[in-house]
Write a protein that binds this ligand. Structure first.
Ligand code: TPP
Ligand code: MG
Length: 632
């Protein structure tokens, strides 16, 4: 006998209207606190989304049927950066959706997607796609592939997304949207989630089961460690004489700072940090030794050189952290990694402790109760950290001229800021200086994106960070190169009334890649913003008349100029007192001096060359390369 159909209450909506209603009903939960998973949508409209998602967002606002505020970005890459920075500030418990038109609007988001996935930050991307019906093909901005009819430019999102789907029929939205939420709230999978929305499907109506739109709570949870794994790692640490902790972003995202501090104090194990982990332990804590690796402190790198057991917590061990596999120097060094993700836990042939950082640290602390490193090792940690702090103090007070050194500007800024103020940066010479010198006391006060190190992240991230933490002062540090790449979100800050301080560090070129080029024998070739010199044929003529202060003012920001350290200090005090977006423009010396380096970074030098500078650099490279190894 045929069974009767199950009665389902339905509501007739377009796919876009359904998605808006669905997103407004999604919540995340951890430790009992619930919050909206997707509290808003960023976008730029074109023919791909203006009448689909655009109409749905308008209808939601006009009728109040779904609470999903819309933010208008100036560049699609930037809006994904804003969403990633927001998610970072919210410890991955919340993020934004981003809607873009077909073709270039969508492909502009690919860099942002890669940044989010590389940094393990959830973002929901909604690129519009070519017609599912194919009726008017090829539409404006449609790629035509001679080999396959179903390929669109959006397929380029696949390798940079942790979940990818194309909603080619309205009803496909149901499994696609649920899968998207699952991945967005999974700390192991954290990254970009892409739902491609063909422009005709966005506007197509369907009878949706009302159950699809009920309030849904996605429980993020905390993975408990396996007791046997805790015992194995505890035994390894007990056997150690010179253990070292490498604290990464997982500590911060898991809000495990108190556990890490307590663990470090009880065991006496020194704590080195990565960019994403900075601030988890305050810089002046007795076990804190600062950044480790290529741009690490002398203290952290000296301890790493002799560490017998390295406990990595929530770190992905980038090449900067390991100094390209050279910073850990003990031939018998072994690793234990506490991480939610097997991908990271398994690195360097480690004893794996698969768990959330908070629960994992609590379990480890219990298993190691009563055990500590020898007093001499604690004393050595403090001595090395003190030595480094004296070096850092010297970098802050060089009396360099005529233009200040960047380290002096960073020192003055660090001193002028309060503990909760957030500093943002991503690329250029500043991340290295900050990794060595910045003194953070608050785990959310340091937002340096150094997994993708994407020029152009900085200002956009200022927007996302300020939306996430309106109560905090947000300071964007941006080099002139990064500024030139993507400054347009200053207009967004102004229109949204977001008070952000942007410090433009103007040195007329790439201090970072210039110094790198010189050290690799490439003589700073092509790293300065200069007129082309007629005699040499190179870009080494006069400085260009580019005026970034005037450019920033043209967006509606208030601009303060500084050309000395004292002037910069005053400018920051004024900027802090301001209530609107303020840009502080400071000129610094392109040639440093840089803080003292104590580790290497593997950037290959030409094996054969007709230049003496390259030959010399190759010899140095070959020598360094001998110290590189797999940790097996
Ligand atoms: C999108 C992108 N393109 C290229 C690079 C490679 N890169 C790293 S730093 C840098 C120069 C940065 O210049 P600027 O922002 O002025 O900072 P500075 O080096 O002067 O401190 C470049 C081109 C990058 N990180 N990101
Ligand atoms: Mg520069």
């Amino acid at each position: 006998m045929p069974s009767k159909p199950v009665p389902v209450n339905t509501v007739r909506l377009t796919t876009a209207q359904a998605l808006v209603r669905f997103l407004a009903a999604q919540y995340s939960e951890r430790d009992g606190s619930e919050q909206r998973l997707i509290p808003g949508v960023w976008g730029i409209f074109g023919h791909g989304n203006v009448a689909g998602l655009g109409q749905a967002l308008l209808q939601a606002t006009r009728t109040g049927e779904a609470d999903l505020p819309y933010y208008l970005a100036r560049n699609e890459q930037a809006m994904v950066h804003a969403a990633a920075a927001y998610a970072k500030m919210k410890n991955r418990l919340q993020t934004f959706a981003c809607t873009a038109s077909t073709g270039p609007g969508s492909t502009n988001m690919i860099t942002g997607a890669a940044l989010a996935t590389t940094n393990r930050l959830p973002v929901l991307l909604l690129p519009s796609d070519m017609f599912a019906s194919r009726a008017p093909d090829p539409v404006l901005q449609q790629l035509e592939d001679t080999r396959a009819g179903d390929v669109s430019v959006n397929d380029a999102f696949r390798p940079v997304s942790k979940y990818f789907d194309r909603v080619s029929r309205p009803e496909q939205l149901i499994p696609a949207a649920l899968a998207a939420m699952r991945v967005l709230t999974d700390p192991v999978e954290a990254g970009a989630v892409t739902l491609c929305l063909p422009q005709d499907v966005q506007a197509e109506a369907f009878d949706w089961p009302v159950e699809f739109f009920r309030r849904r709570v996605w429980r993020i949870g905390r993975t408990e460690p396996e007791p046997a794994a805790v015992q194995r790692v505890a035994a390894l640490l007990r056997s150690a004489e010179r253990p070292l902790i490498v604290a990464g972003g997982g500590v911060v995202y898991s809000e495990a700072e108190a556990e890490l501090r307590a663990f470090a104090e009880a065991t006496g194990i020194p704590v080195a940090d990565t960019h994403a982990g900075k601030g988890a332990v305050p810089w002046d804590h007795p076990q804190a030794v600062g950044g480790v690796g290529s741009t690490g402190t002398t203290a952290a790198n000296a301890l790493a050189a002799e560490a017998d057991v390295v406990l990595g917590i929530g770190t992905r061990y980038s090449d900067f952290t390991t100094a390209s596999h050279t910073v850990f120097g003990d031939p018998d060094v072994t690793f234990a990694n506490l991480n939610v993700a097997r991908l990271d836990a398994a690195k360097h042939a480690a004893e794996m402790l698969l768990a959330d950082a908070k629960t994992g640290l609590a379990a480890l602390a219990k298993a190691l109760e009563g055990w500590s490193v020898p007093d001499e090792y604690r004393a050595e940690t403090v001595r090395l950290a003190d030595e480094w702090r004296a070096e850092a103090d010297a970098c802050f007070d060089l009396g360099h001229g005529p233009l200040p050194a960047q380290t002096e500007i960073l020192g003055a800024l660090n001193e002028a800021l309060d503990d909760a103020d957030v500093v943002i940066n991503a690329a250029g010479s500043m991340p290295g200086d900050l990794q060595m010198l910045w003194r953070a006391r608050d785990p959310k006060a340091y937002n340096v994106e150094y997994a993708f190190s994407c020029m152009g992240y900085e200002i956009a991230a200022g927007v996302g960070t300020k939306l996430a933490a309106p109560e905090r002062e947000v300071i964007v540090l941006v080099g002139d190169g990064s500024y030139l790449m993507l400054a347009s979100e200053i207009a967004t800050m102004v229109s949204e009334g977001l008070k952000v301080i942007i410090v433009i560090v103007q040195n007329h070129g790439f201090a970072s890649i210039g110094a790198l080029s010189e050290s690799l024998g490439s003589q700073r070739f092509g790293t300065k913003y200069r007129y082309r010199d007629e005699d040499s044929g190179l870009l080494d003529g006069d400085v260009l008349p580019v005026d970034l202060a005037a450019n920033a003012a043209s967006f509606g920001a208030e601009v303060i100029l500084a050309d000395t350290v004292a002037g910069f200090r005053e400018a920051i005090i004024k900027a802090k007192a301001n209530s609107r977006t303020t840009v502080v423009h400071v000129e610094t010396d392109l040639y440093g001096p840089n803080p003292p380096g104590s580790a290497w970074w593997d950037v290959p030098v030409s094996e054969v060359s007709a230049l003496d500078s390259t030959e010399a650099a190759r010899a140095a490279y070959t020598a360094h390369k001998r110290g590189q190894r797999h940790y097996l």
